[in-house]
Ligand binder design. Structure first.
Ligand SMILES: [Zn+2]
Length: 413
């Protein structure tokens, strides 16, 4: 009898955590199968609904050995591209060095800016690629990468060009964020009021013109940029048709989340000190709350974001690694998930939704990514685990079996 092949690939003997809208926890379908056609999910459902023999249904049939398939992880907040690291600063701090001593030893974000500016594009690409591979090995299939260690035209362009190339050369969907308002560059120390106008009139339009910017980010904090300055940046971004997002309310209530909501930002990130007024505004604007437990841990913060209020106002919570050399030198999203449970008391389902469906929304990708849904891009991971919560339970254990990017197996990355 002639075979009636309908799909490219079929995965059988799996359990699915779809994270769709169904009321079932994790959107679970046990004893399931998932089919891929081209780069998209073509079908999901109970394996018993498929007509045997399965080998007749697809060109390739894989058994998942009763593991779990979930959407590929989306790391929606990283500063992955930088030169050098700050382990010396880390060591000095643990030897009791004062802030002044660290500044003298060239510490802080300034040191990363100097190192990143000085490094040639090829070396910076290679160093960043090394880090990216580690993140990808834990099931990340989409990543957001920020600029912000250049703070000058050439070096910001260099960072964003590297981000684009990483997305071309590795099996990962890269979304770039322009973070020119990360810190004040040295050149503007004597004229701080001139930096934001230059950023709005010269830097951002140039990078946008070269198709390097998917979203515009800023840091709204008393030690970074003011509410009014961020407003100018956001207005410029809107006039260019670019979505915005914001580092907000990390160290104090700077009303950053309120501003983010006003501009219908994709996300407001950190939010340890967010006020209830800002929360209400976020719930009306659909802005995602991106929580970053790794930097909370690293800074030994004690002021936990108001998780119960996020729940009460039904604000979607996403989790990012915040991978960066100063406050979150981590390359493990799995470890970050555990931190979110332990430090913020989020549930395993909340944190897993935070790196799938809600992280997709935080990047404006909710129509195409973040859930196992027919028609969406076939980015998913097969895990050797007994239940979904296991991914948030271990520290230092990576149960990845296979990573599928746009329908194709890409393991090992
Ligand atoms: Zn950040």
């Amino acid at each position: 009898m002639e075979k009636n092949i309908i799909w490219d690939t079929l995965w059988i003997d799996v359990n699915l955590a779809t994270f769709d809208d169904s009321q079932v926890p994790y959107g679970v379908i046990e004893d399931a199968a998932i089919a891929v056609q081209g780069d998209k999910i073509a079908w999901i459902g109970s394996q018993s609904d498929l007509k045997a023999p399965y080998t007749d249904l697809a060109h390739e049939v894989h058994s998942g050995n009763h593991g779990w398939i979930m959407p590929g992880f989306i790391d929606c907040h990283t500063h992955l591209i930088y030169a050098g690291n700050r382990s010396q600063e880390f060591e000095l701090r643990l030897q009791g060095a004062t802030y002044e001593a660290l500044a003298e030893a060239g510490g802080g974000i300034r040191s990363t800016v100097l190192a990143t500016r000085a490094m040639d594009e090829k070396t910076l690409f290679e160093q960043s690629a090394k880090r990216l591979k580690v993140l990808l090995s834990e099931g990340v299939t989409t990543i957001e990468i920020k600029s912000g260690y250049g703070l000058a035209l050439e070096s910001e362009e260099k960072m964003l060009r590297i981000a684009r190339r990483l997305g071309e050369q590795f099996p990962v969907n890269v979304r770039t964020s322009f973070l020119g308002a990360h810190a004040l560059p040295d050149e503007f120390l004597n004229a701080p009021d001139a930096y934001i106008p230059w950023l709005c009139d010269v830097l951002l339009p140039y990078l946008h013109e070269h198709h390097l910017v998917d979203a515009v980010d800023a840091s709204c904090e008393h030690i970074a940029f003011s509410f009014e300055e961020v407003k100018q940046i956001f207005s410029k971004a809107k006039s260019l048709g670019l979505p915005v997002k914001l580092h907000a309310d990390q160290l104090s209530d700077s009303k950053g989340a309120l501003l983010a909501a006003e501009f219908q930002a994709f996300s407001a990130d950190h939010l340890e000190y967010i006020s209830e007024d800002s929360l209400k505004a976020m719930s009306n604007s659909g802005t995602v709350a991106v929580l970053l437990p790794a930097s909370f841990y690293y800074l030994r913060e004690t002021h936990v974001p108001p998780i119960n209020l996020f729940r009460q106002y039904k604000i979607p919570i996403a989790i990012g690694s915040d991978s960066n050399p100063g406050t979150a030198p981590t390359l493990s999203l799995l470890t970050t998930l555990n931190m979110a449970c332990i430090l913020f008391r989020l549930t395993p389902e909340e944190v897993l939704r935070g790196v799938t469906v809600h992280a997709a929304k935080a990047l404006g990708l909710q129509e195409t990514h973040g859930t196992l849904t027919p028609g969406k891009i076939a980015d998913f991971v097969l895990w050797d685990i007994e239940r979904p919560a296991e991914l948030t339970y271990w520290i230092g254990y990576n149960p990845v079996v296979h990573i599928v990017k746009s329908g194709k197996i890409v393991t090992p990355v």
